[in-house]
Design a protein around this ligand. Structure first.
Ligand SMILES: Nc1nc2c(ncn2[C@@H]2O[C@H](COP(=O)(O)OP(=O)(O)OP(=O)(O)O)[C@@H](O)[C@H]2O)c(=O)[nH]1
Ligand SMILES: [Mg+2]
Length: 392
């Protein structure tokens, strides 16, 4: 199960720079001449500080982190202009093909100043850009919903109640989108979720805002975001233009309960070309927290309600991803469907407890390695070993 995050934003907002920072892929960036036409797709290993200490103990030949896939597409305004003549219909099919299946969206908003980089709307205003991106996503969803309404109405002619109900539900989405509401903000029943599942609407996807800020305000931007997420009041007074813009988006994100991070995509893209230690050292010398790219990945995990569990042994130390709340057999199924099918029990020790003991034998002796049954809910950081039996 590769988790996919689609990077979207206006043209020249720094999407490909962010993609490069995340994936170290070195995709071409620059002015319109090098604008992304073909999507860039890259797989990133999820940094997990628990893998190395385990590898030091078990000395396995293989250490395997989990991965996230990022898809970087063309700027949105651009996609509609060049790929789709009828702008009112929303995003082009090529564009959609790339992000429809994304599990979440990273919405890149430019606040950085750079006179050499043109802005489609001719000025820096991330709040306005967010509104215009939302409008574009909504128009696209509206087209999908309306196509589906046609279909349901045709099907409803047979008198089948199911389709009547379906078109009522769809009409509600249509009205909401016409009123500039995101589908994810509606109150949704289980039936709604079932219907929405195969509509792949863009305004239904969990999203994070990635503010692409100027290098020189990165530190202040992070402080500002921390304050807001801690619920402190922040006033505009005394803030420079760029920080004001950042504040307006941050406050909105807070009210939407959306995740938000600030990065300097071009700085990070440059740093990603250095060995990781040098990059971290350089960041520290600037008084900056860890790489924004790492934060983007972590936030992606939070957005999707994912946790990591581990398996550890002499053959391999490995991280696995499951949805938070998953029970032991489901987690086992991530490793192999047979292990889920033939699940007997799990031997579980939390990473922190394990590190205090240093070995499974010591963990057993201390009583922190437990036997758990099929109702056990896996926790982030659990080291698990599954016993299973698939009969002939
Ligand atoms: N100063 C500064 N310039 C940046 C930053 N991020 C991107 N740029 C510059 O902005 C230009 C566009 O960056 P890209 O990463 O190609 O932007 P994009 O969103 O992929 O652009 P399209 O593919 O055309 O939509 C490049 O010249 C970058 O060097 C930043 O954080 N600070
Ligand atoms: Mg690009």
């Amino acid at each position: 199960m590769a988790l996919t995050i689609g990077i979207v934003g206006l043209p020249q907002s720094g999407k490909t720079s962010l993609f490069n920072a995340l994936t170290r892929a070195g995709a071409p960036i620059g002015g319109y001449a090098t604008s992304t036409v073909q999507a860039n797709v890259g797989v990133v290993q999820v940094p997990d500080a628990r893998l190395q200490p385990l590898a030091d103990i078990f000395q396995p030949p293989k250490v395997t982190p989990t991965t996230v896939e990022f898809v970087d597409v063309a700027g949105m305004g651009q996609a509609t202009q060049s790929g789709n003549k009828e702008k009112e219909k929303g995003l082009s099919p090529e564009f959609l093909g790339h992000i429809r299946n994304a599990d979440a969206l990273a919405v890149v908003l430019r606040t950085f100043k750079n006179d050499n980089v043109t802005h489609v709307n001719n000025s820096i205003n991330p709040y306005r850009d967010l509104e215009s991106l939302n409008a574009e996503l909504m128009v696209t969803d509206l087209a999908s919903v309306e196509r589906r309404i046609e279909r349901s109405k045709r099907a409803a002619k047979s008198g089948d109640k199911k389709y009547l109900q379906e078109s009522e539900m769809l009409t509600r989405y249509q009205e909401a989108l016409n009123e500039f509401k995101l589908i994810q903000d509606l109150e949704l029943s289980q039936q709604d979720h079932a219907l929405l599942k195969d509509l792949f609407l863009l305004t239904m996807k969990p999203r994070m805002y990635v503010l692409n800020v100027s290098e020189d305000v990165l530190g202040e931007a992070n402080e500002l975001l921390d304050k807001i997420s801690a619920g402190q009041a922040v006033s505009e007074e005394g803030l420079g233009e760029e920080l004001k813009g950042i504040l307006s988006v941050a406050q909105r994100a807070k009210s939407e309960k959306a995740e938000i991070v600030a990065v300097s995509a071009s700085l990070e893209a440059e740093l990603s070309e250095l060995p990781e230690e040098d990059a971290q050292e350089y960041l520290q010398s600037l008084g900056l927290p860890k790489l924004g790219a790492d934060r983007v990945i972590q936030v992606g995990y939070r957005l999707l309600n994912l946790i990591t569990f581990l398996t550890a042994g002499e053959d391999e130390v490995r991280a696995w991803t499951v949805t938070s709340g998953a029970k032991a057999p489901e987690a086992a199924g991530k490793i192999h469907s047979d292990i889920e099918r033939g699940f007997i029990r799990a031997e579980v020790v939390h990473f922190n407890d394990f590190m205090e003991c240093g070995s499974f034998a010591a963990a057993t002796k201390k009583g922190v390695l437990r036997l758990e049954g099929k109702e056990y809910v896996i926790k982030d950081g659990d080291i698990a070993h599954f016993r299973f039996n698939v009969g002939k």
